[in-house]
Design a binder for this molecule. Structure first.
Ligand code: MLT
Length: 319
């Protein structure tokens, strides 16, 4: 009998351990074939996905044996949580296992933008030695505006503190009296103030109906012309056409995007811009981050299939 279907490229020691105990079917490209996924899933008790597999209500309804959905990552925007809960399916995820990796990438992007590392590298490799042209700025003394002070936003803030940055944060859910806010010496402000004062604006919100398209043209126009915008959360929170327009009009100084509204993206004017850094949703992709993610989700899937309680779950509503 088949137990677990893996629909994306998810590997590691945790997965090897799972294979010793359960019948695991590895279909790393299945995320791109929703009809085949819907046809195959009814045979399985568990499915393990990353962010590319869309686990829709019709896929869930068509899988009566399914007991558990394991999301190897933090964002749950690709899973119909309501449909899973009402079908009594446990939804697991890894809420913080990759957050250090994402925070480190975010800081890396800030430094790369501030010190013009990408154009300097390109110029030096093509035989030039242009020091003055690549005069950058320090992070020290600058203001970081964190939009979304959750597990990743907090870790970005902690690291930015070590660089001597001042901290503003906006989060509709965060308690302004929370210890983490004082630990960062952060000031909780409304969005308007954050956009107007920050030198770096880093986005760490989940994708919801409220945050979809949050960063529109008007938001970019409220930022300082010297500001850099960084997004390592979800591409859909940014209106990319608006960002392109804002960059062309020099409403902001530059941007770094690890995530895109379409992944993989179509051709975009962003690719031709020297003050823009683009990476292919690699925030979570470090050896350490992936090992934590895969071990956590595999251990928890095994727990559910064995009738035990998992550690990291969104819901436990088994009927
Ligand atoms: C996450 O949500 O954990 C990251 O964006 C990585 C991923 O989606 O796999």
């Amino acid at each position: 009998m088949k137990d677990i279907l893996v629909t994306e490229d998810i590997a590691g020691q945790g997965m090897e351990a799972l294979k010793e105990k359960f019948h695991v079917v590895f279909e790393p490209d299945l995320w791109g074939e929703p009809e085949r996924l819907q046809a195959l899933l009814p045979e399985f008790r568990a499915v393990i996905v990353r962010n590319q597999t869309r686990v829709t209500s019709s896929i869930i309804r068509a899988a009566p044996r399914l007991q558990v959905i394991g999301r190897a990552g933090a964002g749950l925007d690709n899973i119909d949580l309501e449909a899973a809960s009402s079908a009594g399916i446990v939804v697991l995820y890894t809420p913080e296992q990759n957050s250090i990796s994402v925070a480190e990438l975010t800081l890396g992007m800030m430094i790369i933008l501030a010190r013009k590392i990408v154009p300097a590298d390109r110029s030096t490799k093509s035989g030039h030695w242009e020091r003055k042209a690549f005069t950058g700025t320090e992070l020290y003394g600058k203001t970081l505006g964190i939009v979304g002070l959750g597990r990743i936003g907090y870790r970005v803030g902690r690291r930015a503190t070590a660089f001597g940055m001042n901290m503003l944060a906006h989060d509709i859910y965060a308690n302004p009296d929370a210890v983490l806010v004082s630990e960062l010496s952060a000031t909780m402000v409304d969005m308007e103030e954050l956009l107007g004062r920050a030198d770096y604006i880093s986005c760490h919100v989940s994708l919801t109906e409220k945050t979809r398209g949050l960063f529109d043209y008007e938001m970019f126009c409220r930022m300082k012309p010297s500001a850099f915008f960084i997004n390592t959360s979800r591409g859909e929170v940014v209106d990319e056409a608006a960002l392109v327009k804002a960059l062309k009009e020099e409403r902001i100084a530059g941007a770094a995007l690890d995530v895109r509204s379409e992944e993989p993206p179509d051709d975009s004017p962003l690719s031709g811009m020297d003050n823009v850094i683009l990476t292919p949703h690699i925030g979570a992709f470090t050896g350490e981050g992936q090992e934590r993610v895969v071990s956590s989700v595999c251990r928890d899937v095994a727990a559910v299939l064995n009738g035990k309680e998992p550690r990291n779950y969104f819901n436990l509503s088994r009927s």
